[in-house]
Design a protein around this ligand. Structure first.
Ligand code: SF4
Ligand code: SF4
Length: 424
């Protein structure tokens, strides 16, 4: 038995089924990424991580656990990583982005549940994702009904902590979210046995801010008329950012940015002359969901920005650094992880429309593809006001609903091609 199989076996995974996933992933990755010309050389690190996504990082997490560190699995951008890192914990994202896991999730969830939830539950119950097996504790949040109820199933045999997210943004809701952060701090301290001090929290704020800065730097390069990196590669980096060590990720992204900035100076573009620039907005694109980017870019356009949780929402807005008291640090976290997250779970959520319009201008997008996962009521309902606002602004938009399966790919491609043609 090789090292990875031994590890997966020790984790109690279903090796036979998991092997099927391992067999399918390389060709899925090859079909989307290896077919591209002119990929930046510094994508080599991210290719390596993606190629062994169930091997290298899980092994690191297990090593850390042997030294007494705890691993926390999260599902959403509302959970402040800084709190966990300040207690010497490790954070790993757990959202599932593959159709492979959906049928297992469908065994226990209602059919009209979004694929992200089905895949996450399926990965856990089917024992085919090492991250779900490794995490010592899950941290959920009450963002949507589907996730909220799924956490009961996910937490059946793993410790689960849920943060109660207010859905309005009044002063009393801000106070309520600060209380939730305080409860999380206590929970994490008790679980890790490590006290979170002002110093450790200020330090972890700097670590995550550096990661945000690196990702923002990478996005900045996509604003240029010569685009140095494809949307597919940028998305892959965002997806890996949820799993990787934050300091290493920042370092690797900064190294890549040097190459991208040089490409901009040299006029190197991965987009063909005249390629339409597309901004994607909508629900998150969890790894390995590369479907929309692949369809759009293989239709001749270039994705220049993602306004979603695997895009700008993940790195926009820094947390204030060098806070002088715990109360101030918690207030700073609240502003970043409540006021400045423009998710459709809030009512109203006009800041998201402002973001989409601003980003479309900054990234010089010719059009917007608004793509939502099937059965996500929050984002589907928000389409009404989003489309209205984009119409007022004169920004063309194509709204689509899809899941992780490939059977609608042909139909989506036809609609994307028609949209690109309409953009002229
Ligand atoms: S879209 Fe909203 S609920 Fe979903 S991951 Fe992002 S912030 Fe969380
Ligand atoms: S995509 Fe929508 S339904 Fe699915 S987890 Fe996110 S907010 Fe909930």
């Amino acid at each position: 038995m090789d090292k990875n199989h031994q590890m997966w076996s020790d984790l109690g995974m279903d090796l036979e089924t998991h092997d099927l996933l391992c067999e399918a992933l390389p060709s899925a990755f090859g079909d989307v990424f290896m077919v591209m010309d002119d990929r930046p050389e510094r994508m080599d690190y991210f290719n390596m991580v993606a190629a062994d996504i169930h091997g290298i990082r899980p092994a690191e997490l297990i090593e850390a656990q042997k030294k007494g560190r705890k691993v926390f699995g999260t599902f959403c951008v509302f959970v402040p990583d800084e709190v966990i890192i300040a207690a010497d914990g490790i954070v790993t994202g757990l959202c599932g982005g593959s159709q492979f896991w959906v049928p297992e999730g469908e065994k226990v969830l209602p059919a009209n549940t979004c694929p992200l939830i089905k895949a996450s539950v399926g990965a856990r119950l089917g024992r085919t994702c090492p991250y779900f097996r490794i995490a010592d504790m899950f941290i959920g949040e009450t963002t949507c009904d589907g996730k909220q109820k799924a956490y009961e199933i996910l937490g059946e045999d793993v410790k689960m902590h849920i943060m109660q997210l207010p859905k309005l943004k009044r002063p009393r809701d801000q106070e309520a979210w600060k209380e939730e952060i305080k409860i999380l701090i206590k929970e994490v301290e008790d679980f890790t046995g490590n006290k979170i001090t002002l110093e450790s929290l200020n330090d972890s704020i700097k670590i995550i801010n550096k990661k945000r800065s690196a990702l923002e730097r990478m996005y900045e390069t996509r604003k240029n008329s010569t685009v140095p990196i494809s949307g597919r590669d940028a998305l892959l980096i965002m997806q890996i950012a949820y799993f990787d060590d934050p300091e290493r990720l920042a370092e690797k992204v900064n190294v890549l940015c040097e190459e991208l900035e040089q490409r901009v100076k040299d006029g190197v573009s991965v987009a063909k002359e005249g390629a339409k620039r597309i901004l994607i907005t909508g629900t998150p694109l969890a790894v390995p969901n590369w479907k929309m980017h692949n369809i759009i870019e293989s239709s001749g356009a270039i994705v220049v920005c993602e306004e979603n949780c695997t895009g700008t929402r993940y790195f926009a807005h820094q947390v204030k650094e060098d806070n002088s008291s715990m109360e101030e640090a918690i207030d700073s976290l609240m502003h970043r992880y409540f006021d400045n997250i423009h998710c459709a779970c809030f009512t109203p959520n006009e800041e998201r429309f402002d973001d989409v319009v601003r980003l479309a201008k900054e990234y010089k997008a010719d059009g917007i593809v608004n793509v939502n996962l099937k059965f996500c009521n929050l984002y589907s309902t928000e389409n009404y006001f989003l489309e209205k606002r984009l119409k007022e602004e004169g920004i063309p938009v194509l709204s689509l609903e899809t899941d992780y399966a490939d059977n609608d790919a042909g139909q989506i491609r036809t609609r994307v091609e028609a949209f690109l043609e309409m953009l002229g």
